[in-house]
Design a protein around this ligand. Structure first.
Ligand SMILES: *[C@@H]1O[C@H](CO)[C@@H](O)[C@H](O)[C@H]1NC(C)=O
Ligand SMILES: *[C@@H]1O[C@H](CO)[C@@H](O)[C@H](O)[C@H]1NC(C)=O
Ligand SMILES: *[C@@H]1O[C@H](CO)[C@@H](O)[C@H](O)[C@H]1NC(C)=O
Length: 241
C-alpha cells in the first residue's frame, strides 16, 4: 500500500516539476531571446564603448602581406650579351609584414540616422620570424627608376598638353650618362619596396621641376603604403537613430 502511494506521489511530483520546468523554459527562452537581441543591437552600433567599436576602430584580427621578389643571378652575362642570354631569375621571400588597420580622423556626424566619417589607416611591421630572409638582403633586378624615367617625363609633359622640349631629352640623357645608370641594379629588399635616394631620380626630378614646375613624387614601389591614410574618405551609418 505504502509502496503504491510512493509511486503515485512520485508520478504526481514528476508531472508538477515537469510542468514547472516547461513553463520556466518557455519564459527563459523568451526573455533570453529578447535580452540577446537587445544586447546584440546595442553592441553592434558604432559608438564608443560597444564591442563593435573596439574592433572597428582598431582591427584585432591579424592580417599579413607577403612580398616575393625575383633575383637575377646572371646579370653580368645578361647585360653583356643582351638578347642572346636568358635572364636567370630566382624567387626570394616571402618578406612578411603584419598589417595594422585602424580608423583615423573619426568624426561622428549629426545626421539622422547617425553617420560617421573616417579614413582607413594602415601601418605595416616586418615579421622576421615569419619571413624567409631579411630586409637588408640584396636583390639584383630591373632598375625600375632607370627603366621608367623617360616615360614618366613624357607623361608629365603630355598631362600639361605640351610636346617634350628636345632640350629636356638632352638633359635627361646627360643625367643617365653622368650617373652611369644600367638597366639592372642591385639594391636591398627594403629599398626596392619602400624607396631610396637615387642620383638619376634626383637629377631628372630637378630638370622636370625646372621646366614644368611639376614635382615628381618620391620613388618606392610601396613608399606610400606604411602609415598611410588610404585613398578614400568613408562615410557610413553607425546603426544609431
Ligand atoms: C641574389 O643573387 C645574387 C647573385 O647571384 C646573390 O649574391 C644574392 O645573395 C642573392 N640574394 C638573395 C636574397 O638570395
Ligand atoms: C611603418 O611605420 C611604423 C611606425 O610609424 C614603423 O614602426 C615601422 O617599422 C614601419 N614599417 C616599415 C616597413 O618601414
Ligand atoms: C631653370 O634652370 C635655369 C638654368 O639653370 C635657370 O636659369 C632657371 O631660372 C630655372 N627655372 C626655374 C623655373 O627654376
Amino acid at each position: 500500500m505504502g509502496k503504491c502511494c510512493n509511486a503515485k506521489c512520485g508520478l504526481i511530483a514528476s508531472v508538477v516539476v515537469g510542468g514547472i520546468l516547461v513553463i520556466l523554459g518557455g519564459i527563459i527562452n523568451v526573455v533570453y531571446l529578447e535580452l540577446y537581441n537587445k544586447i546584440l543591437i546595442q553592441e553592434s552600433v558604432i559608438a564608443p564603448g560597444t564591442t563593435m567599436y573596439d574592433n572597428w576602430i582598431s582591427v584585432a584580427t591579424p592580417t599579413y602581406i607577403s612580398y616575393y621578389l625575383y633575383n637575377m643571378t646572371n646579370s653580368e652575362e645578361f647585360l653583356a650579351r643582351g638578347p642572346y642570354v636568358k635572364p636567370n631569375l630566382v624567387e626570394i621571400g616571402p618578406y612578411v609584414f603584419r598589417e595594422y588597420l585602424s580608423k583615423d580622423t573619426v568624426d561622428f556626424l549629426n545626421t539622422s540616422p547617425e553617420q560617421v566619417y573616417y579614413r582607413q589607416k594602415t601601418t605595416i611591421v616586418f615579421q622576421p620570424e615569419m619571413s624567409s630572409g631579411d630586409l637588408s638582403d640584396m636583390v639584383t633586378t630591373v632598375n625600375v627608376i632607370g627603366a621608367s624615367m623617360v616615360s614618366i617625363v613624357e607623361y608629365i609633359f603630355e598631362q600639361l598638353g605640351q610636346p617634350v622640349d628636345p632640350n629636356v631629352y638632352k638633359l635627361v640623357n646627360a643625367a643617365y650618362i653622368a650617373t652611369s645608370t644600367k638597366l639592372i641594379f642591385t639594391r636591398a629588399v627594403h629599398d626596392i619596396l619602400f624607396g631610396f635616394q637615387d642620383n638619376l631620380f634626383d637629377a631628372i626630378k630637378a630638370v622636370v621641376l625646372n621646366r614644368t614646375g611639376v614635382e615628381i613624387q618620391d620613388f618606392g614601389l610601396f613608399s606610400t603604403y606604411n602609415d598611410s591614410r588610404g585613398w578614400f574618405d568613408y562615410q557610413v551609418y553607425t546603426g544609431k537613430g
